[in-house]
Design a protein around this ligand. Structure first.
Ligand SMILES: CC(C)(COP(=O)(O)OP(=O)(O)OC[C@H]1O[C@@H](n2cnc3c(N)ncnc32)[C@H](O)[C@@H]1OP(=O)(O)O)[C@@H](O)C(=O)NCCC(=O)NCCS
Length: 222
């Protein structure tokens, strides 16, 4: 029973999720091939990936049985889940209930250990910042693992669980090019590189800007 989080919690494990299986010991996946296909860019660029044609892994592994994955959905009367940061989760709550999100699928996958969150990944519907997305598409965003629990394949496992949960939906993944850990998650998840996106500003605010494709992967027909 999670009282600390005040979203509505139809709490359940993601399908096929095995919290007791051993953690992967594999090292940092190379991202050099991505540089080969989309070239190098400025530090403010993002790499864009999606899951089209990618089979989601059948199982994911958390480091041990004391790690528990729960899927958390927003609740109208509770704007802030207490242990999640105000930004971006209050913003997501607003975008969900004002229906600026183009589908009702907003959710947060949270991993708990000893009743405390040690990882979260948001499943974010299309909204104005992502003109690349179709209304039914989803974005995996705001991925975070608590320091001290990093490098144990938690993020990779949760991304796998999300891709499996929403298999059949197009899922997007954006990451800063210099974020090696995040790039490795995309690579380990075998996501399809689409290209580079850069973020524009609106009314002088980057927050209101949108991500647009600036350079396509040579192999991608998008
Ligand atoms: C990015 C982040 C979520 C990764 O979480 P994590 O639970 O440690 O990730 P995992 O253990 O599942 O590792 C995923 C991959 O990244 C690699 N990795 C992990 N930490 C790394 C680091 N510091 N540098 C390079 N690669 C790293 C792992 O080797 C693994 O690759 P592999 O599967 O080929 O072995 C975490 O580092 C974090 O919270 N960073 C700050 C927030 C952030 O940058 N979020 C991403 C925004 S897009």
């Amino acid at each position: 029973m999670m009282l600390r989080f005040q979203f509505e919690f139809p709490q359940h494990h993601a399908p096929g999720f095995d919290a007791s299986s051993p953690v992967s010991e594999s090292g940092l996946a190379t991202t050099a091939h991505l540089e080969d296909t989309v070239g190098s860019g400025s530090d403010s660029d993002c790499f864009v990936f999606d899951n089209l044609g990618v089979a989601p892994p059948e199982t994911s592994w958390l480091p041990g049985p004391d790690y528990l994955l729960r899927i958390i959905r927003p609740r109208l009367m509770v704007p802030m889940p207490l242990d999640l940061p105000v930004w971006p989760f209050f913003g997501f709550w607003v975008l969900h209930f004002t229906r600026i999100f183009r589908s009702p699928d907003y959710a947060v996958f949270v991993v708990f250990r000893d009743e405390l969150p040690v990882h979260y990944t948001a499943v974010v519907p299309k909204y104005f910042r992502y003109p690349l997305m179709e209304p039914s598409d989803l974005l995996l965003g705001s991925i975070w693992t608590k320091p001290g629990h990093r490098g144990r394949s938690i993020a990779r496992s949760v991304v796998a669980a999300i891709l499996r949960t929403y298999s059949g939906r197009r899922c997007w993944y954006l990451t800063r090019t210099e974020n090696l850990a995040s790039m490795s998650i995309a690579s380990a998840s075998k996501l399809r590189p689409i290209g580079r996106a850069s973020r524009s500003s609106r009314f002088g605010l980057r927050l209101l800007g949108s991500f647009r494709l600036s350079q396509k992967d040579k192999r991608c027909p998008l």
